[in-house]
Design a protein around this ligand. Structure first.
Ligand code: FAD
Ligand code: NAI
Length: 470
């Protein structure tokens, strides 16, 4: 049998890769992880989930002080923005967490191979100057920003930026255009709106947040408008011209029509992300990504090439850190000879705006489609946060919880929530669905009072036809 340097080499140290490496080492496999960045943690820890949440959280405090929400609770303050300090706390969070992964690698004896990895053959990978061989190689190279043809991102200049540039703007733009009403556009658009920018979001489709439940999309649009974000739906950007520290953005109706221009200080391009499958030497092992650039895998995360598996943003499925992490655990378990399971039907999705927007399972539209369009085959119920005592007391009236269940079996098919802590609430929904709960199960589960989570119970009671508080 061939002798390899390692049992497993993981390429990429994002939430997919670093978790796979740690779990593999925990299972007794000799493990290395290649990462070309200076720090571990991938997109998520360095320029994604973590720094964006640091800016979201800090800007919420500023906004609460500036917009009168604190005054409403008897706290009179006049806030003064110290943006460099806000950025420092963002970088502190990133540094602390990326160093934490370095510590976990050492603790678990995972060797970090620094450098860009390219396949020589299925078991041999060049990482920088070093050649590493492994019995199994896991590709966890993640994703990068999708470019908008004709629009050049220059994060250094700070006028036309992607999410990485938008996290570190040195000053609050007076006017900002966000291209794409998806997760990044709304999260980062909210940050700069709260810090004082006039934000216009240009979305190609007729509604924001594609993929979410239609009620949720409509209601969140209303909430963001109330917060001062302007929307140009069914609109496309046809050009962005940079003139010094300004950009002229030209837009026109998606179906064609009169063009309009806007002069702004910052343009955020956030129209999606694409898998990192180029430059990896996949051609050297005969692995061809699909037309979306993703690597196709089976339920054991095996690619079409023996000994090579793939996980995370570079394979099909939602591009989410927790999905990548769960696949990281599962792939290591398969390689160690165990059974690794990821239930791809129950992956929560959260937008960390204020209020947060979250969902798990099917949208009402998907549930209907699954039932062949028979409206009687599903039951839905919405409970408004306005009627939840904790949300009302905390001055957080916006949003609702919606439960979608199969009429015949009462089994929950999907749960959606708009609420200040919807991201935390949705964990309960995911557990319930993982265990195959009915809406009756949720309705008869005792929920602590007063909590936002009671709204999930009440929405489930609504499916049963008998909520208490509305
Ligand atoms: P990545 O995290 O992208 O990591 C891949 C790593 O591989 C990178 O570090 C890269 O340098 C390295 N790499 C690539 N090619 C090579 C090579 N050839 N050799 C060596 N190393 C290589 N998701 C959430 O679930 N929640 C959130 O709140 C959230 N917020 C986000 C905010 C922003 C602004 C962005 C951009 C993304 C956000 N995401 C969020 C998405 C999340 O970051 C990704 O889904 C997640 O990072 C994917 O993990 P991954 O391990 O597949 O890849
Ligand atoms: P997205 O896919 O969420 O949204 C992109 C939006 O841009 C869509 O609404 C799309 O219709 C629109 N669009 C596409 N082309 C356009 C064009 N030419 N003009 C105008 N609009 C256009 O992508 P986004 O926001 O860039 O985020 C990428 C991914 O990163 C997300 O899909 C998600 O997987 C991940 N992410 C997750 C977060 C979370 O979980 N909270 C936070 C941030 C990112």
């Amino acid at each position: 049998m061939a002798e390899y340097d390692y049992d497993i080499l993981v390429i990429g140290a994002g939430p997919g890769g670093y978790v796979a490496a740690i779990r593999a080492a925990q299972l007794g496999l000799k493990t290395a992880c290649a990462e070309s960045r200076e720090t571990l943690g991938g997109t998520c820890l360095n320029v994604g989930c973590i720094p964006s949440k640091a800016m979201l959280h800090a800007s919420e405090f500023y906004d609460a002080a500036a917009n009168g929400a604190m005054a409403e609770m008897g706290i009179d303050v006049t806030p003064k923005l110290n943006l460099p300090k806000m950025h420092d706390q963002r970088l502190d969070a990133v540094n602390g967490l990326t160093k934490g992964i370095e510590f976990l690698f050492k603790k678990n004896k995972v060797d970090w191979k620094k450098g860009l990895a390219t396949f020589q053959d299925a078991h041999t990978v060049k990482v920088g100057e070093e050649t590493v061989t492994a019995r199994e190689v896991v590709i966890a190279t993640g994703s990068s920003v999708t470019q908008l043809p004709g629009v050049e991102v220059d994060n250094e200049n700070g006028v036309v930026v992607d999410s990485t540039g938008a996290l570190e703007l040195p000053k609050v733009p007076k006017k900002m255009v966000v291209i794409g009403g998806g997760v990044i556009g709304l999260e980062l658009g909210s940050v700069w709106r709260r810090l004082g920018a006039e934000v216009t979001c240009v979305e190609f489709l007729d509604q924001i947040l594609p993929g979410m439940d239609a009620d949720v999309r409509k209601e969140s649009n209303k909430i963001f408008k109330k917060q001062g974000i302007e929307f140009k739906l069914s609109t496309k950007v046809t050009g962005v011209e940079v003139k010094g520290k300004k950009a002229i953005v030209t837009v026109e109706p998606a179906k064609g029509g009169d063009a309009e221009t806007m002069e702004v200080d910052c343009v955020l391009v956030s129209i999606g992300r694409r898998p990192n499958t180029e430059g990896l030497g996949l051609e050297n092992i005969g692995l061809t990504p699909n037309e979306r650039g993703q690597i196709e895998v089976d339920h054991e995360f095996k690619t079409s090439v023996e000994g090579v598996r793939a996980i995370g943003d570079c394979v099909p499925g939602p591009m989410l850190a927790h999905k990548a992490e769960d696949e990281g655990i599962a792939v290591a378990e398969w390689i160690a000879g165990e059974t690794g399971i990821v239930n791809h039907d129950v992956i929560p999705n959260v937008v960390y705006t204020l209020p947060e927007i979250a969902g798990v399972g099917l949208t009402e539209e998907q549930a209907l489609e699954k039932m062949g369009g028979d409206k009687k085959a599903i039951k839905t119920s919405k409970f408004p946060m306005m009627a939840n005592s904790r949300a009302k007391t905390n001055h957080e009236p916006d949003g609702f919880v919606k439960v979608i269940a199969e009429a015949e079996s009462d089994r929950v098919l999907g749960i959606w929530a708009i609420a200040s802590v919807a991201g935390t609430m949705i964990a309960e929904a995911a557990i319930a669905m993982e265990f195959g709960a009915t809406s009756e199960d949720i309705a008869y589960t005792c929920h602590a009072h007063p909590t936002h989570a009671e709204a999930i119970k009440e929405a489930a009671m609504g499916v049963q036809g008998k909520p208490i508080h509305i």
